[in-house]
Design a protein around this ligand. Structure first.
Ligand code: SF4
Length: 221
């Protein structure tokens, strides 16, 4: 049976109040990954697994200078690609993923990054999270990407009782109107980096403290 969340009124109210405040704090927000087109964002998002966006931004200009299009990347020498993204870690696995993705893009989509979830996740190396980042950021389409920050914050704010990213995505979609979906993930992620961190969240300095049901709040130092 498909998972169909039924959020309470309180959860909907809390989620929307939180997003309103996050919008005040981050009126304009976009991914910290540098990109010039959907293909670059898709590639960089795959490479960003298990590393920082800064690391990715340092490595990718050389990769895109050498292989600017999906056609170029699909025909790339894997060892050379490994060297170019070596500094981002897990470089062998990431090289396999981006070369497979580029090959699928060329073979199945004429080298054009699709602007819908169903087609994006057909590309090898592309999961729902990566697809949602590309949809929301590059195409401004309604999508919510669930990464480790979104997962943690949604749990602390009692907007989900699941640990499964696909279910958390649906839980969040259920508490926000569709037109707001594209603005959710990046704000959660930034707040998760700035204030509501994994270890010792700065609860004593948090503008959401009155809305937050998390029981294990960090006391003021
Ligand atoms: S009060 Fe603490 S746990 Fe709650 S949102 Fe703020 S930093 Fe996160």
């Amino acid at each position: 049976m498909p998972y169909e969340p039924e959020p309470s009124e309180l959860q909907v109210k809390r989620a929307r109040s939180i997003l309103r405040r996050l919008k005040l704090r981050y009126p304009q927000i976009r991914t910290a990954l540098d990109y010039r087109n959907p293909f670059e964002l898709l590639t960089s998002t795959i490479v960003s697994a298990q590393t920082t966006d800064e690391n990715v931004n340092r490595a990718m200009p050389a990769l895109f200078a050498r292989y600017p299009t999906p056609e170029d990347l699909a025909q790339a020498n894997p060892e050379e690609v490994e060297q170019l993204i070596y500094s981002t870690g897990f470089y062998r696995q990431k090289t396999t993923s981006i070369l497979s993705m580029a090959t699928d893009l060329v073979d199945r989509f004429n080298g054009v990054v699709p602007d819908n979830l169903d087609d994006l996740v057909k590309l090898r190396g592309v999961g729902r999270k990566t697809a949602s980042v590309v949809l929301a950021e590059a195409f401004n389409k309604p999508a919510i990407a669930v990464d480790t920050h979104v997962k943690r914050l949604a749990g602390r704010w009692d907007l989900t009782s699941s640990t499964d990213p696909d279910k958390i995505e649906l839980d969040l979609m259920a508490v926000y109107p569709r037109r707001q979906w594209a603005g959710v993930s990046m704000r959660y992620i930034q707040y998760g980096r700035d204030v509501c961190t994994a270890k010792k969240p700065a609860c004593f300095d948090c503008s959401l403290v009155d809305l937050c049901p998390f029981e294990d709040k960090t006391p003021a130092p």
